[in-house]
Design a protein around this ligand. Structure first.
Ligand SMILES: C[S@@+](CC[C@H](N)C(=O)[O-])C[C@H]1O[C@@H](n2cnc3c(N)ncnc32)[C@H](O)[C@@H]1O
Length: 266
């Protein structure tokens, strides 16, 4: 995935992420803080901070948070939001998740929420996190997942592979900077391969309103119609995963998030 496409997409729609319900008020924010139990002396890094919602959720509980992102317009929104909320311990930094510009063993906590599916090389991102974490440090990760046997039981591997492929295509049609969501099991394996230990994982369902989701990245009416058809005509495995339904006259579906907490040994 071309990283300039990420900057173009998010640069053009940065302001929408300040108020996006999923990002600003998603249940995974409070859950993440609860699971991590941050300490007042901690130095924290939020990777791909977007409008800064995750960095700001941790700011009251730690000494300092660096809110980092590849897209300058997002960093501007994050800095503005931090100032509006009166946080003096939040700094912004321009950083590629796959080449973090920080020294080894710099942070007690690295967070990354609803973003790795944009990274072209997730294993490199995870090894960068392992490098910048202090021994004993925590990775707190949230990301949308693709269907696999763990999240969507009752289907044979080929049905799940097809559903995963179409799901990622569905996401990429709406947002060309979408690279790929990983499955729940794949995430755990990858984190362990980077030398971190998964200490907790869970799945959380996010209720999505189709119209709001489809329009946030500026999709054309034709693309929105194609997305609607994919959702309504999905295979049984993809329907079991996305659960398309009508609520109060509007089309809704479910996205599953993985919430994973991992520790660097030592
Ligand atoms: C959906 S937003 C993040 C939401 C945010 N973390 C939150 O909790 O509200 C995705 C962000 O990932 C950033 N991004 C995508 N690829 C990146 C990369 N390789 N390195 C750093 N940031 C990246 C985008 O610029 C965008 O701001």
């Amino acid at each position: 995935m071309n990283k300039s496409l990420v900057q173009e997409q998010f640069g053009a729609h940065a302001a929408a992420y300040v108020t996006s319900t999923v990002h600003a008020k998603g249940a995974s924010l409070a859950r993440l803080v609860q699971l991590v139990a941050p300490q007042p002396h901690w130095q924290a890094l939020d990777v791909a901070t977007g409008a800064g919602h995750t960095a700001l959720a941790f700011a009251p509980h730690v000494d300092k948070v660096i809110a980092s992102d590849l897209t300058q317009e997002m960093l501007t929104e994050a800095a503005k939001l931090a100032a509006e909320k009166g946080f003096r311990n939040v700094e912004t930094a321009h950083a590629d998740a796959e080449a973090l510009p920080f020294a080894d063993a710099s942070f007690e906590l690295v967070t990354c929420r609803i973003a790795p599916h944009h990274f072209p090389d997730i294993p490199t991102f995870v090894s960068e996190v392992a490098r910048v974490l202090k021994p004993g440090g925590t990775l707190a990760l949230v990301d949308n997942i693709e269907p696999d046997a763990e999240s969507t039981p009752g289907f044979v591997p080929i049905e799940l592979r097809d559903a995963a492929l179409i799901y990622n295509t569905f996401e990429r049609m709406r947002d060309p900077s979408h690279s790929r969501c990983l499955g729940m099991t794949e995430w755990s394996e990858l984190i362990e391969e980077a030398g971190l230990r998964v200490v907790h994982k869970e799945r959380a369902a996010k209720e999505m309103q189709f119209e709001a989701w489809a329009t946030r990245m500026g999709s054309s009416p034709e693309t929105i119609e194609r997305l609607r058809r994919i959702l309504l005509e999905a295979s049984p495995a993809l329907k079991a995963f996305l659960k398309p339904r009508t609520v109060e006259g509007g089309l809704c579906f479910t996205l599953d998030e993985a919430i994973i907490i991992a520790r660097k040994p030592g």
